[in-house]
Design a protein around this ligand. Structure first.
Ligand SMILES: *Cc1c(COP(=O)(O)O)cnc(C)c1O
Length: 369
């Protein structure tokens, strides 16, 4: 039986050749590749500065620190995301203040933000969920009015644009992630982008044990970390970036096939995407509005099709309930969406026939659930 995982990285001969060349060079860290990758990302996104890091989560951590956010500061963010977007605030003692989402885009609802602003609010941490840009126009207006900083968690939206600008480059600082299930991969890896020289210098120093950038190798100017990206990952980044637009095109083709197959179903809501091709999808997530989602997952699994409820909301995770006392009902739209969403197989290599098969099995599973 042919099996369909949820995600699979696309690795070609160029990627392999590059990584092998790094291995043969003997320079596995702090070599030329991470500098090249940073430069390429900066050129691609139009961000003035790019700082390569070991993964997206530590990139977010450095972004929070570089903005000077600290103990007691409140940061507005979304409960419908991967936990890393909230954890990076908790690392620094900041208080995540959740705002419910829009049910169509799954992103933070700008209309609900102002009610949550207090004298302690310092920033908004925006997540472009599943690769769909959040409503940055409204969010920028609110940030300006209340003098708030903006961090963009663009870990799921590399290559997506909001009104012509790449997500990640719109706020004070943005972070991309390159875990193997993302739009492009470096294995583990991430990138901080910013137009601020000050943020850039702080991130560069902190990722490298707090070293003084121009001084002695063993002079540590501030508390730092080892959040460096290795050269094999950076090499993969360079060659993956060269085909990232092509990979996104391929993914859009798969989206079209799913739309053709699933759009007639009354029990399913398919994602509504920006018509301008501005989104760059990270996962393909449908909503099952009638039927037993767990049963659908089980039935499909028996057919070799992997699917996954995605995401569970952050505020109801056990550690968040314990820390802040959140309960069911606190963010009803996010909770409803999270109870219905199902990620489907989505990777380069899926053919039109594969999507037809998967969709047929989804229809059958829905009928029996
Ligand atoms: C993947 C992801 C991250 C973290 O990236 P890693 O590289 O896995 O650390 C952060 N935020 C969101 C929304 C993500 O999906």
């Amino acid at each position: 039986m042919k099996t369909y995982p949820l995600a699979k990285p696309y690795i070609d001969a160029e990627d392999k050749k590059g990584v092998l060349a790094v291995l043969n060079s003997g320079q596995l860290s702090l070599g030329p590749k991470y500098l090249r990758f940073e430069k390429d990302i900066s050129v691609y996104t139009g961000a003035k500065y790019a700082c390569a890091v070991a993964n997206g989560t530590c990139g977010l951590h450095l972004a929070v620190r570089a903005l000077g956010l600290q103990d007691g500061d409140e940061v507005i963010t979304t409960p419908f995301s991967f936990v890393a977007s909230t954890n990076c605030l908790l690392y620094e003692g900041c208080k995540p203040v959740f705002v419910d989402i829009e049910s169509l885009t799954f992103n933070i609802n700008p209309e609900l933000i102002e009610k949550k602003i207090t004298k302690n609010t310092k920033a908004i941490l925006v997540v472009h969920v599943f690769g769909q840009p959040a409503n940055m126009g409204e969010i920028l207006k609110i940030a300006k009015k209340h003098k708030l900083l903006i961090i963009e968690d663009a870990a799921e939206s590399f290559g997506a644009k909001y009104k012509g600008r790449y997500t990640g480059t719109i706020g004070e600082v943005g972070v991309y992630a390159f875990y193997p299930n993302k739009q492009m991969t470096t294995g583990e890896g991430g990138m901080i982008v910013t137009n601020s020289n000050k943020i850039y210098d702080l991130c560069k120093s902190m990722r490298n044990q707090g070293r003084n950038l121009n001084g002695d190798w063993l002079e540590h100017e501030r508390l730092g970390y080892n959040y460096r990206m290795d050269e094999m990952s950076a090499s993969l980044g360079v060659t993956q970036l060269q085909k990232t637009d092509w990979m996104n095109e391929k993914k859009r083709e798969i989206v079209c096939w799913y739309e053709e197959e699933l759009s007639g179903l009354k029990t399913v809501v398919i994602p509504r995407l920006d018509s301008g091709g501005a989104s760059s999808l990270f996962v393909y997530v449908i909503r099952i509005i009638k039927g037993d989602r767990n049963k659908v997952v089980d039935v499909l699994a028996r057919k070799g099709i992997q699917t996954k409820p995605y995401f569970p909301v952050i505020h109801l995770q056990p550690y968040m309930r314990k820390m802040f006392g959140y309960k069911l009902g606190d963010f009803p739209v996010a909770e409803l969406v999270a109870s219905q969403t199902l990620a489907l197989p989505f990777y380069i290599g899926l053919s039109k026939q594969d999507i037809a098969y998967i969709s047929r099995e989804i229809r059958k599973a829905l009928e029996s659930s």
